[in-house]
Design a protein around this ligand. Structure first.
Ligand code: NOJ
Length: 821
């Protein structure tokens, strides 16, 4: 509880000490307009693309005490002169009497007290708007009157975020600001790069009179910038310089004279930082949120959106921290990863090196299927449009230009220029989307492949179903010496980059799962010829994999081009890899004996109190023949670190074997909420999953990094809802197959599915983990464990009693030893 606590009643996390080990952040808006707000008021905003249309300059590598992007100064007129401080603590670092930053759903809210002045500030982006609003209320807590000014400040960046850092002549020569008044008299500061003045105009305004303004950083800080953000020299004068910058480091600063506040008296104002297509459009947009009532309505709409988003799946179990993660924080993070892929965080800096990741976003889509199926579908459309005609996929793309590239595989001429796994993920995403939504018409929608004629037009289009078939086709043909799929530049593990010809067991199992999905789909569509043909492919890969990959107590992970195994007991480093064990269970390739032995090896050799490591032991030194994995010291990231994204796959595998206690132990040990009491070691936000935690070979074992944008969000949510709670959409209805800790007496869930509401109550009278003894739907005992699809708008009451399974074959439809359906 050192830095804060959960407030479940308001669905907020409350930071009460601003000196957190690293900045803790929240996301506002979406990539259409939005970004990151940190707990000390800094912001990083963009419109449509953080690399190509960035608005605010936020440099995460600067010390935590430094100004970043946006702040607010308050200025008290005292007998000895001005007292200047920020209600956000940074950048002035004054001693506070109260600090509260409430991390809400799509908003941040501060309540702070400094020098007898209480500030209550809420920042959010209204639904559909291209502006971030800050609603500010300041109150005088003293017993005498005070005289107060407020100065909101923004530091702009060049719209091309990387250029900002690599050209310190051209960039400042292009940056310009000007002040305009709207008809109603309020001042709007406009800022743009010269070439964008009729395209992308940033604006800063307030809904109260502006006494003076500044747009040049040098003048605001003063003394040739030997003035500081902690004490900007311009704030020592009564008024700002009213200077409209024609070049240089542009800022926006507005001096708002709030006047005298008697004891207990308050003042309110709203600032807006937005972007519009022209100065006139900016004036118009600025007018929309001048009215406090309109702002309040926009905030209510924003809250209603999340309320609706959350109510689509709510669970009540005996474990409050599970409830809080599944009901609030995990779905919020899934919403974030769906929006931002791996593009913009305090770790993925969105400077253009990445973009939307094909593999990443295909998985992120899984995390919002039950709450935002249409949004997931829109994302899948974009992804399918960067799939190539041969079935492989471009690794990443820029969402504004839709220009795609091959990612890091471009870095090495001696390695393949594609990833062996990307294209397979979309098969799973589309299939799960169909099972969720029943929207089979999507399969017939035509989407272009990425290959283009010289004029930029698509060479070929194909239906969504064609796209999926080509994904599988690519891998069927792209096989190596053992008959396993080739690695390409890398598979899910970006950092193992072996010489051309290497094979990947991960790709084999991902292919297996994708085949299973397509077999089920064709079965549902009644196309038995396709079912049979994909079954043959499945059986062949299953046999090949089992013939060559079993190493005695676990499966190997790769075969190098020369045929030697990686992830084998014969290796001294990288002996065992977790994905090598969980995925054969997910694909159904491992029989139950091998599955059990492999997962026991995971528990014995890879599990730690902070989570399951990706591999062990770590590589001890740089070895270019292995690739990026050896750039990390042992215990860090992919080199034997606790790479959280891979943990939920083990949870899922354990549930498929019916082991609810172990699955839950793995769930619980990475729950960020449980880190709240050991947060100085963990360091990252306790309300979002990080990507990685240092493993036990590292001296700083337990330290987390790369919070928020990680596949951990979607997959842990999937593990919790579809496998532990066991509520899995299928083509024929919701299948119930809970696999819970034996100590749970039961749980209840409200879930929407294809327009109907299901109220599910699970009872566990005999203290088991799994097995459906009885299933009642609207009071009627039904056979099996699939609840038939109910008409949209209906309410379905479901009661399930766990116990001796009525039909284990049907229950474990996805069991490891079962043949594909
Ligand atoms: C992070 C990447 O975003 C993800 O695509 C990849 O699977 C993991 N790193 C593991 O390398």
């Amino acid at each position: 509880m050192k830095y804060g606590h959960f407030d479940d009643s308001s669905r907020e996390y409350v930071i009460t000490n601003p000196k957190t080990p690293v900045k803790w952040v929240n996301y506002v808006g979406s990539m259409k307009f939005g970004g990151i707000v940190d707990h000390t008021g800094g912001s990083l905003l963009c419109k449509d693309d953080p690399a190509l249309n960035r608005i605010v300059k936020y440099i995460p590598q600067l010390p935590a005490s430094e100004f970043k992007g946006e702040t607010l100064y308050l200025r008290l007129k005292e007998p000895a002169g001005y007292r200047i401080f920020s209600p956000y603590f940074v950048p002035t670092l004054d001693a506070y009497d109260r600090f509260e930053c409430r991390v809400g759903l799509g908003y941040m809210r501060w309540i702070t007290e400094f020098y007898g002045v209480r500030s209550e500030i809420t920042v959010f982006v209204p639904r559909g708007a291209s502006a971030a609003l800050r609603q500010v209320r300041v109150s005088n807590l003293r017993s005498e009157p005070i005289s107060l000014d407020a100065v909101p400040v923004v530091e702009y960046t060049h719209f091309d975020a990387l250029k900002q850092f690599n050209n310190a002549d051209w960039v400042p020569q292009t940056m310009q600001s000007r002040a305009r008044r709207c008809a109603s008299g309020e001042l709007v500061l406009m800022q743009y790069a010269f070439m964008n003045k009729n395209r992308q105009v940033n604006y800063l305004t307030a809904n109260v009179p502006v006494a003076s303004f500044e747009t040049c950083r040098k003048r605001f800080l003063g003394d040739n910038e030997y003035g500081t953000w902690q004490q900007p020299l311009a704030l020592l004068s009564a008024q700002l310089g009213d200077y409209e910058a024609r070049r240089g480091d542009n800022i926006g600063a507005l001096l708002l004279e709030l006047g005298q506040l008697g004891p207990g008296e308050s003042r309110e104002f709203v600032t807006q930082l937005g972007q519009a297509a022209s100065e006139d459009a900016a004036l118009e947009a600025a007018a929309e949120y001048r009215d406090g009532a309109r702002v309040a309505r926009a905030f209510a709409e924003q809250r209603a959106f999340f309320e609706d988003y959350l109510t689509k799946f709510q669970v009540h179990t005996p474990d409050p921290s599970f409830n809080s993660m599944v009901n609030v924080h995990n779905p919020r993070q899934c919403h974030t990863t769906k929006n931002w892929s791996r593009y913009l965080s305090l770790y993925q800096l969105g400077l253009g090196e990445r973009g939307i990741g094909f593999r990443d976003s295909s998985q992120d889509a899984l995390g919002v299927l039950d709450r935002q199926p249409d949004e997931a579908k829109a994302l899948m459309r974009m992804l399918l449009s960067v799939q190539k005609r041969d079935g492989s996929a471009m690794h990443q793309f820029n969402p504004l230009s839709m220009v795609a590239n091959e990612g890091d595989s471009r870095e090495r001429d001696d390695r393949p220029r594609y990833y062996g796994d990307d294209h397979l993920w979309i098969v799973i995403a589309v299939s799960w989307y169909l099972k969720e939504s029943g929207d089979y018409a999507f399969l017939q929608e035509e989407i272009p492949f990425y290959d283009k004629h010289k004029d930029g037009s698509a060479i070929e289009r194909g239906t969504v179903l064609d796209h999926l078939e080509r994904s599988l086709d690519f891998t069927r043909k792209d096989r190596g010496a053992h008959g396993l799929p080739l690695l390409g530049f890398a598979d899910w593990n970006d950092t193992v980059n072996l010489p051309t010809g290497a094979e990947s067991c991960f790709n084999a199992n991902l292919y297996g799962l994708a085949l299973k999905e397509l077999i089920e789909l064709y079965d549902h569509l009644g196309d038995q010829a396709s079912v049979e043909s994909y079954r043959v492919d499945y059986a062949l890969m299953k046999k090949t994999f089992n013939d060559v990959a079993w190493d005695g107590a676990w499966f190997v992970r790769y075969f190098d081009a020369d045929g030697s195994a990686l992830g084998s007991r014969h290796n001294s480093e990288g002996q065992i890899w977790v994905n090598g064990q969980s995925w054969p269970v997910l694909s159904g390739f491992a029989d139950s004996e091998r599955a059990r032995v492999a997962l026991d090896s995971v528990e014995r050799l890879l599990n730690t109190k902070h989570g399951i490591k990706l591999s062990s032991p770590g590589y001890k030194g740089y070895d270019p023949s292995k690739g990026g994995v050896t750039t990390y010291p042992p215990g860090a990231k992919e080199n034997g670190g606790i790479f959280l994204h891979a943990n939920p796959w083990v949870m899922i595998a354990e549930t498929l074997l019916g082991n609810g206690d172990r699955a839950y132990q793995y769930y619980d040990q990475i729950n960020p909420a449980s880190k709240n009491d050991a947060i100085d070691a963990f360091q990252c936000e306790p309300y979002a999953y990080p990507q990685n935690i240092l493993g036990d070979e590292h001296p700083e074992f337990g330290l987390a990094r790369n919070s928020w944008l990680s596949g951990t969000a979607a997959w842990t949510y999937t593990a919790a809802t579809k496998y532990i709670l066991g509520i899995m959409p299928t083509h024929d209805g919701l299948r119930l197959a809970p696999c819970i800790p034996r100590r749970w007496g039961g749980f209840s869930v409200t879930r929407q599915y294809r327009g109907a509401e299901y109220r599910i109550s699970v009872k566990n009278p005999s203290g088991v983990s799994s097995g459906v003894k009885e299933l009642f739907v609207d009071g009627r005992l039904i056979e099996g464990n699939v609840i038939p699809i109910a008409p949209a708008g209906s309410l379905v009451e479901v009661e399930l009693v766990l116990g001796q399974a009525i039909s284990s074959a049907r229950y474990f439809a996805a069991s490891p030893s079962a043949d594909p359906p």
